[in-house]
Design a protein around this ligand. Structure first.
Ligand SMILES: Nc1ncnc2c1ncn2[C@@H]1O[C@H](COP(=O)(O)OP(=O)(O)OP(=O)(O)O)[C@@H](O)[C@H]1O
Ligand SMILES: [Mg+2]
Length: 424
């Protein structure tokens, strides 16, 4: 497959920012080969503030965290960046605000050679159909070309034809939500060089090439949102999300055991499991009491009781994902492969429960296209931010093509800037 288009040359420095419901993270990476591998040269991460279920709820608080996070990454990369501050970042759009639409578009070629312009005409035609006042277009991804009825064409340019048909995945985003996020980032003196839906980025960093080609669904279970993206034949063909994640599990534990959210989070990470097993019955765990007076007088509960709080919530999340997969109409072509990622995928037993609920093969995914990554940021929580780097390096031509088509193609960066100027 030729889905990988390495646009950026070796040595290019790129920066990515993921403002999540739980944590904000920034990676600065340098491309080190022709396969799109990044050496991570700067990293920053902080617990998010002013973000709920992927939306900005407090501009000042979110901005302060973005600044701190970016500064940490800049400091780590200071030698390589020669003291210059970061100017541009590629940014994650929460799945909460994104919607994916499949379109099939015909264009007449009239027995000529198919040109770049014919492809752009097709993409622009699809984009017109989704052009709505309160929506921004994030991705325009041609997923399949048919030339005079012949399927399976990877790149139709140069072929002679009467008619070309293109299947396109258009991803739009709520314009108000995006504007609030952009405002926090711009107030931190950063330009947005590209936007990418979170689950798409997570897939780009955690799926192996065969999974992207043969078909796989990446499910990113974060703090406030669970989002998924379906990959097939080298492309992201669909994405969707539900507004539930690890924070809901933590608050279920806090309510169920009458303990603070902080203690509930700690218990979840130390003793949480997605499914109970016989061994858990006899095991007792220590639960702190709520309220200062009672601290120091811990309570003991069976671990199985903690799991009985966690399991139904994870089942609910996975069942909602299953329903959305059915709604997508792609159930039959998505294949049996699921890759779980995001912070909450790390709850033990998650793969087994996923296999049970979705009737698919599951594995945990974490960033694989990076080197030099500190251990603390190499896990599943960082798949999105890592994938944003890959997106910025290889997929910027999936940004809405209509505007790009009207701009001289000298420099990708200039084209993106123009696109952003017209759109923000
Ligand atoms: N080792 C772990 N075991 C269980 N849960 C974990 C672990 N590490 C992190 N989590 C959970 O992962 C969640 C955060 O995941 P992540 O960092 O992917 O979220 P986010 O990207 O900030 O949020 P979102 O994508 O929902 O906007 C939290 O609810 C946290 O409790
Ligand atoms: Mg996330």
């Amino acid at each position: 497959m030729s889905y990988k288009k390495t646009i950026r040359p070796k040595g290019t420095l790129l920066a990515a920012l993921d403002v999540g419901s739980s944590k904000t993270s920034c990676f600065i990476g340098r491309i080190i080969d022709d396969k799109g591998t990044f050496e991570v040269v700067g990293v920053g991460h902080h617990p998010s503030k002013g973000i709920k279920n992927g939306s900005v709820t407090d501009l000042d608080a979110a901005e302060a965290v973005i600044r701190k996070t970016v500064h940490a990454a800049e400091n780590m990369a200071a030698d390589i960046m020669k003291g210059y501050p970061l100017r541009e970042v590629v940014v994650n759009v929460s799945g909460m605000h994104a919607r994916s639409f499949g379109h099939s578009v015909d264009v007449d070629i009239g027995s000529h050679e198919i040109t770049d312009n014919d492809v752009r005409r097709a993409l622009a035609k699809a984009q017109e159909r989704e052009a709505k006042e309160n929506l921004e277009l994030i991705h325009t991804i041609p997923t399949l070309y048919r030339v005079d009825g012949q399927d399976g064409i990877v790149d139709p340019r140069g072929m002679f034809a009467e008619k070309m048909q293109v299947d396109i995945n258009l991803v739009t985003c709520d314009a108000v939500a995006l504007r609030n996020m952009a405002s926090c980032i711009e107030r931190s003196h950063l330009d947005i060089s590209a936007l990418c839906v979170g689950a798409y980025a997570s897939g780009l960093s955690s799926l192996v090439d065969d999974e992207i080609d043969l078909g796989a669904t990446v499910i990113d279970i974060g703090g406030g949102v669970t989002s998924f993206a379906i990959f097939h034949s080298g492309f992201m063909i669909y994405c969707d999300s539900i507004p539930l994640g690890g924070k809901n599990i933590t608050s279920d534990i806090a309510k169920g055991l009458t303990i603070s959210l902080e203690d509930a989070e700690r218990l979840k990470i130390l003793y949480g499991k997605a499914m109970s097993s016989q061994n858990d019955d006899g095991e007792m765990i220590e639960v702190p009491r709520l309220g200062e007076d009672e601290r120091g007088k811990p309570n003991h509960i069976p671990r199985s009781f903690l799991i009985s709080i966690i399991q139904p919530r994870i089942e609910e999340i996975l069942e909602m994902v299953r329903a959305r997969l059915v709604d997508s109409g792609l159930k039959d072509i998505v294949g049996r492969r699921v890759v779980l990622t995001g912070g909450s995928s790390q709850i033990s037993g998650m793969c087994k429960l996923t296999e049970h609920v979705l009737d698919k093969q599951a594995r945990i995914g974490k960033p694989i296209r990076l080197t030099g990554i500190p251990d603390a940021v190499s896990g599943a929580s960082f798949s999105t931010v890592a994938g944003l780097l890959t997106y910025a390096a290889e997929h910027v031509d999936e940004m809405p093509a209509e505007i790009m088509a009207s701009v001289a193609p000298e420099s990708i960066i200039e084209r993106i800037k123009l696109w952003l100027k017209d759109n923000w």
